[in-house]
Write a protein that binds this ligand. Structure first.
Ligand code: C5P
Length: 235
């Protein structure tokens, strides 16, 4: 591996999707595979970075791509609370933070300590009460380290590119990140064909990268934008 343009840079990447337990055998979750986050971790390592990868429920098969990489330290997590505490700890030593994980917005208020059984309340569907999770990204921005570059992700259901960028710009301001990678879900022919179709917005809301391609290509385009931010912070 050659020394790349991220040599010596510590990068924290979160990938996958958090799960919120309902009882010992059930959870609320999302369909994030973690592939985009893993591609970012691999690309950053290839460019010389030391990577900490917080992997939220990522399949072994997907993780296999980084499992043997000495430049990537993998920390498996599951719930949003676990991701929250590990992300804050790992962010302390990181120059770059990329929050690619899909974080559950809500968790179950009271997790049952035994399996919920139909027999216990015949004919009565249980009601799950949810409470809002903390926004990890917002709190990382609030505790931002000197010169740290923080990147967020947003998957939006929109009618067209204008709406995508408008929503992205609003989210960028709300979260306070340096860069936001936005992608449309459910656009034109649907989710699949656009899953790697990404725009990267900078703090001014300008599109600094537009890439439709493999997750690795998206990862490298995003890291190019990160590199520019690092240069800016160092100048
Ligand atoms: O608001 P939304 O969920 O679209 O924001 C997405 C971005 O915020 C992602 O980078 C995601 O990792 C992060 N996020 C977070 N904590 C939450 C919800 C989202 O860090 N509770």
């Amino acid at each position: 591996r050659e020394r790349g343009d991220l040599a010596g840079i510590r990068v924290l990447v979160t990938a996958g999707g958090t799960r919120e337990p309902i009882d010992p055998v059930r959870y609320l979750g999302n369909r994030s595979s973690g592939r985009q986050g893993i591609a970012i971790a691999v690309a950053a390592a290839d460019r010389g970075a030391e990577v900490v990868l917080l992997a939220a429920n990522v399949d072994g098969e997907v993780l296999a791509e980084v499992a043997q990489d000495p430049a990537v330290r993998i920390v498996p997590v599951s719930t949003t609370a676990e991701l929250d505490s590990t992300a804050h700890a790992a962010a302390k030593g990181a120059r770059v933070v990329v929050m690619a994980a899909a974080v559950a917005d809500y968790r179950v208020a009271e997790v049952a300590d035994r399996k919920i059984r139909k027999e216990d309340a015949p004919g009565e569907a249980p009601t799950l009460t949810l409470v809002e999770n903390p926004d990890i990204l917002v709190s990382l921005v609030r505790e931002r380290q000197d010169n740290q570059v923080i990147v967020g992700f947003a998957a939006e259901t929109v009618d067209d590119e204008d709406e995508l960028l408008e929503r992205g710009r609003r989210k960028l301001a709300r979260k306070g990140v340096d860069l936001l990678a936005v992608n449309a879900v459910g656009w034109n022919e649907g989710f699949e064909s656009h899953e790697n179709d990404v725009r990267v917005l900078d703090i001014d809301g300008d599109v600094v990268a537009a890439v439709a391609g493999s997750k690795r290509e998206v990862a490298d385009a995003l890291l190019d934008a990160v590199r520019d931010e690092l240069d800016l912070a160092d100048s």
